[in-house]
Design a protein around this ligand. Structure first.
Ligand SMILES: *Cc1c(COP(=O)(O)O)cnc(C)c1O
Length: 468
């Protein structure tokens, strides 16, 4: 039965539900399964021809370790992955774009980014567990774009969750703001903070550090370090492997990367026995990960804005999970590495570990110019419009296809191009086609409260407003 430990642990083991409810471990680490459950060849054979929620059941079941009855898990999965919430019956359709390359569209959920695939499931699972325990929680988060809307859509129908999302006033794109503020539900609260994204994040951090407030409102988070999000993302890697390689022939993936959550799910899929050859970590001009794989130095530099804002990161929080495995689960060693990273803003790994890391991942960076060029090249060659994040994976995949033309390449399309109309217009000179639901947010009334960049005001607002 799979149990979980903190990357900085090991300490006592925890079960799946506790890990889901906690998000981050109390020691500041991230939770990892004590072992990787195996998807053996006969199970992969069996998966061919199964539906998305059925494959999800086989992938997720061993991680849940009996904490949720099978029939409940099946029920939650079939309520998550339905045509009511996703606008393509294949959920993650594959589009062939080159003789041996496919785009996997992960933008058919309610907010048109790949984050829906995990968050839609996490919201329902959370609500089920809270109902069982007779508890209510308050989720608070900060967003600069995609995460906030995906989290709101995941919680809007949850009976036991209030969600407050802070965004920097006038500093998100209009579409991204409207995707959040036009959701009309009694448990959804948007705060436009008079400040920057860093100010929003700073306030959220302080709220979590305030133990009295935490207990009072039963504060929680659904951020990308929650294990359930990684786990739910493993599913589409399995779906692609079964579709293209029948679960026998190896497949490679190119993944536009920010917090390392998506590509880490690919790594987890490989650890479970899925035949995955290369995992390509694609970064934009904020290339801390690419520099790391090139030099062995993880070194923080300032964040620069780019055409792919969801990848504009300083530190990839989920990378710690991979480091833990790379260091053979030397929890003590990892703890001191992470502590020195916090103070020195840098660490360096020995060459023998880097040699292994370079086998596990290949990494490439992509400038804004190359992003636009790739969007145009894809459109010219195939007629398919891709968003700037997808283009960065596409760009990286070209290098891999040159080196290894025989292995099928899957490029993850992490956002719908209509979410980034300005970049699309610049790249190919036309407006992306708006899905009907996205077009609708343009006319709906917005609901938000503007608050000053003031911890007390935000804290009081949450206390007063939540549905106790
Ligand atoms: C969140 C996001 C990413 C980055 O994914 P990580 O799991 O953080 O690496 C890339 N592209 C888009 C469109 C996103 O929304």
């Amino acid at each position: 039965m799979v149990q979980y430990v903190s990357t900085r642990g090991p300490g006592p083991t925890h079960n799946f539900l506790d890990v889901m409810m906690a998000g981050m471990a109390p020691d500041g680490g991230l939770y990892l399964p004590t072992e990787w459950p195996a998807l053996n060849p006969s199970l992969l054979d069996h998966m061919a021809g199964l539906s998305y929620p059925e494959i999800a059941f086989h992938v997720i079941r061993p991680f849940v370790g009996g904490t949720i009855p099978d029939d409940v898990l099946i029920q939650i999965l079939s309520e998550t992955y339905t045509p009511d919430h996703f606008d393509h019956t294949a959920y993650t359709p594959l589009q062939q774009v080159e003789p041996n390359a496919w785009v996997m569209e992960l933008f058919h959920g309610p907010t048109y980014s790949f984050k829906d695939y995990a968050l839609q499931f996490l919201g329902r699972l959370f609500d089920y567990v809270l109902e069982q325990r007779g508890q209510r929680i308050t989720i608070v988060g900060a967003t600069s774009g995609d995460t906030g809307s995906a989290a709101i859509e995941a919680c809007r129908n949850c009976r036991n969750i209030d969600i407050f999302i802070l965004h920097p006033k006038d500093r998100t794109s209009e579409i991204q703001r409207r995707q959040m503020t036009t959701v009309s539900a009694p448990n959804v609260f948007n705060i436009a903070l008079e400040g920057t994204f860093d100010d929003c994040q700073g306030i959220v951090k302080e709220l979590f550090a305030d133990q009295a407030f935490r207990d009072d409102v039963r504060l929680s988070a659904v951020n990308s370090i929650n294990w359930v999000r990684i786990m739910a993302q493993i599913v589409y890697y399995a779906v692609a492997c079964v579709a293209l390689g029948a679960g026998r022939r190896a497949v490679s993936f190119a993944v536009p990367t920010g917090n390392f959550g998506n590509v880490y799910a690919g790594y987890a899929a490989r650890r479970m026995g899925l035949p995955i050859r290369n995992l390509v970590v694609a970064s934009n001009r904020n290339d801390i990960l690419t520099r790391f794989f090139e030099t062995g130095d993880m070194k923080i530099e300032g964040v620069m804005p780019s055409l792919s804002p969801s990848m504009d990161i300083q530190v990839s929080s989920n990378f710690e999970r991979y480091l833990c495995d790379l260091m053979n689960r030397d929890h003590q060693g990892l703890s001191s590495l992470m502590n020195s990273f916090k103070t020195q803003k840098a660490f360096r790994l020995p060459e023998e570990l880097m040699n292994r890391a370079r086998q596990d991942f290949h990494s490439y960076r992509c400038s804004d110019e190359d992003t636009l060029a790739m969007m145009k090249r894809c459109h010219d060659a195939t007629g398919i419009v891709i968003d700037p994040h997808t283009a960065i994976g596409f760009h990286a995949a070209q290098f891999e296809l040159e080196k290894d033309p025989a292995t099928p390449m899957v490029m993850l399309a992490c956002a719908h191009p209509a979410k980034f109309p300005d970049a699309v217009r610049r790249a190919i000179g036309i407006d992306p086609v708006m899905p009907e639901k996205l077009a609708r947010v343009k006319t709906r009334a917005e609901q938000l409260i503007v608050l000053p960049n003031d911890l007390d005001k935000v804290r009081n607002y949450i206390r007063r407003t939540r549905n106790a």
